[in-house]
Design a protein around this ligand. Sequence first.
Ligand code: ZN
Length: 337
Amino acid sequence: MLLRPDQTLYNFVCCKHVVQKRSLLVMLTMLAVAGLVLPASAQSDSDLTIVYLDVGQGDSTIIRMPNGKAMLIDGGEREQTQTILNMAADLGIKEFDVVVATHPHADHIGGLIGVFDVFPVGRVLDSGQFHTTKTFEDYLTAIEENKIPYAMARDGDTIDLDPTVELRVLNPPATLPFGSHDPDQFNNNSVVVKLAYGEFTAIFPGDIEQATEKRLAGSDIDVDVLLASHHGSRYSNTAPYLAAASPEAMIIYSGADNTYGYPHEETLERISNLEPILFRTDLDGHIKLVANQTHYRIETSATDKTVVVPEFQDLVVVSLLPIAAIIVTRRFSAWRS
Ligand SMILES: [Zn+2]
């Protein structure tokens, strides 16, 4: 497949309603084999950037709004603080205007503690649940000592950072059914955020399980990009929920060789039935998504630990990164009509 001089890679990709995802992957592989060079990926003023960070076994997502404001959702384990700060620096972020802690488990709040201590944070939103661990105690102490405004996030809330980006809280409900101290409910009471930017939509579900997925499946959760619940656990990512979300692409946060066996085989099977393009932090490293008014694009920093992959650059040579630079893009205009 050859490009005409007036064409870019973007001309070859369309929305999910036009091109089958499998065909898209085949096309991209052909382009990779052909050694074509992708267009520059420098951020423009109209870009929204999401980075799903490879923090080992844990979650951490940075979202940079088109107006430059930034949000951090979760922070991985304690030792991941520097990973977050490095990526923030790469993205030109000088402050997290909002930090969301989805729930009080260490693989989500651990890395936030160091962030609170050394990096400007505008405010913290969390589920309002209380754990008895030292990590959770240190998390609260860091918020208090650094005098960071704090609030609970609840279904129906919106997070206003950029007038062009809608950030809506879908969970937990206004009243936690089992109270705020029930460890069995920590996952299900995760803060869930749905993002909409133009035609682009994504959901960040934390570690929700079946009960919450069931509730959410009855609402408008149809999205382009879905983060798998609870690191790809078999007890989450239920078929009705995945069907309601019907994502084009999915991301799984899982640590390489993690002791939980994430992502579970049953989950991968359910996901494969929907045929989204799948990214995994244990295989793909950092996963960077850039959306603007006409398309979104996903780049990864590694395919496996043996491949030396440059950090995100303005120019990505696909021939050197046949799988690491899978690009997902599409023209929103094609399906507005
Ligand atoms: Zn977790």
